[in-house]
Design a protein around this ligand. Structure first.
Ligand SMILES: Nc1ncnc2c1ncn2[C@@H]1O[C@H](COP(=O)(O)OP(=O)(O)OP(=O)(O)O)[C@@H](O)[C@H]1O
Ligand code: SF4
Ligand SMILES: [Mg+2]
Length: 319
């Protein structure tokens, strides 16, 4: 259905995605994990045809067999809602504070399907019920600030579902939510994917929610997919040194998940930081932080190998 073939994205500061190849079939559930700055959101924006203006792209993106690599905005617009929809991290910034949430969700229904006001209101209530919002008609008349964080995220999911997309991309959909609500929202996404046969791409720092909700996972670092495979296999037996570091840096499940201000803590990471684009090595991008590094790692670009398409010549890459 959606296929990326050697997609690369470059900014003036350097290359942000390198030769990303990926296939997403109907009903697939794919997790994308990696530290901040590894290119997850940029990859998602490319799948939506929304790469930043400053980006130079190469490679191909095919949707339902149609090459969309050079498609203009007019070609993308109808596809965006109906084939590929996206939900973003911060529900508050994605909803108009002065608009009733039901009207926001009704808009694409009226625009894309030509529904009347009453028909759209009925469909909004159905969508709200589908995302488990209690009292759907009453909720539809509310403004965003009258809803809880979890309810606002459910409204955004309903909005993304309005045009019945074949693929839903959820970019960190639960970081603003507390742990229990986050779990419910993730489970809802899985239920919807199963019921509708809708593919789901879940971008998350939270390895536990990726483990719970996806069948395959791609691990990103410095604009590369360094390892990929079945979610259970990769998370239980990581092979790439970066994936191993990411899993080893997982917080103690007993440790507090919130800081003093009550904000959800991000995963602790591997020693060192993701360098800026201009500082990424030409060879393996993990060079400089890797315990197994060899002299030529920073200059020789690894070739993907083995069933996990490992980007590291030093590790064997068993199935
Ligand atoms: N418009 C832009 N102009 C220049 N560089 C950009 C732009 N958008 C993204 N980048 C760069 O691309 C890289 C990947 O960014 P991206 O937002 O995809 O990371 P991410 O994996 O989503 O991180 P996070 O987990 O923090 O959301 C970063 O180095 C970022 O600075
Ligand atoms: S190529 Fe070298 S630096 Fe990169 S992950 Fe493998 S051993 Fe580490
Ligand atoms: Mg991001």
């Amino acid at each position: 259905m959606i296929e990326l073939d050697t997609l690369s994205v470059t900014f003036a500061a350097g290359s942000a995605l390198r030769d990303i190849s990926l296939k997403i079939a109907p009903g697939d559930r794919l997790g994308i994990v990696g530290e901040s700055g590894s290119g997850k959101s940029l990859l998602a924006s490319c799948l939506m045809g929304m790469a930043p203006d400053a980006a130079t792209l190469s490679g191909t993106l095919t949707i339902d067999g149609v090459d969309m690599s050079d498609a203009d905005e007019e070609t993308w617009r109808p596809l965006r809602a109906r084939r590929v929809a996206m939900i973003f991290q911060e529900p508050m910034s994605a909803l108009n504070p002065l608009r009733r949430v039901g009207d926001t969700v009704a808009e694409p229904l009226r625009l894309h399907f030509g529904l009347s006001r009453d028909e759209a209101a009925k469909r909004v209530a159905e969508l709200f019920a589908e995302v488990d919002l209690p009292n759907p008609e009453r909720r539809a008349r509310m403004f965003p600030h009258e809803l809880s964080g979890g309810q606002r995220q459910r409204v955004l999911i309903a909005l993304a579902l309005a045009c019945d997309p074949a693929l839903l991309i959820a970019d960190e959909p639960t970081t603003a939510l507390d742990a229990n609500v986050a779990l419910q929202v993730t489970d809802l996404l899985v239920d919807l994917s199963e019921k509708r046969g809708m593919a789901l791409v879940l971008i998350s720092h939270d390895l536990a929610s990726v483990a719970r909700s996806t069948e395959r996972v791609a691990v990103m670092y410095g604009g590369d997919i360094v390892e990929r495979g079945g979610t259970d296999d990769v998370l239980h037996a990581p092979q790439h040194p970066y994936t191993q570091g990411l899993l080893a840096a997982r917080p103690d499940p007993q440790a507090a998940l919130r800081d003093e201000q009550g904000k959800r803590k991000r995963l602790p990471t591997i020693p060192g930081n993701v360098p800026p684009l201009s500082g990424l090595a030409q060879g393996c991008r993990f060079a400089g932080r890797c315990a197994l590094e060899r002299p030529d790692c920073a200059t020789a670009r690894p070739v993907p190998h083995g069933p996990r398409m490992l980007l590291c010549p030093v590790v064997e890459g068993a199935a």
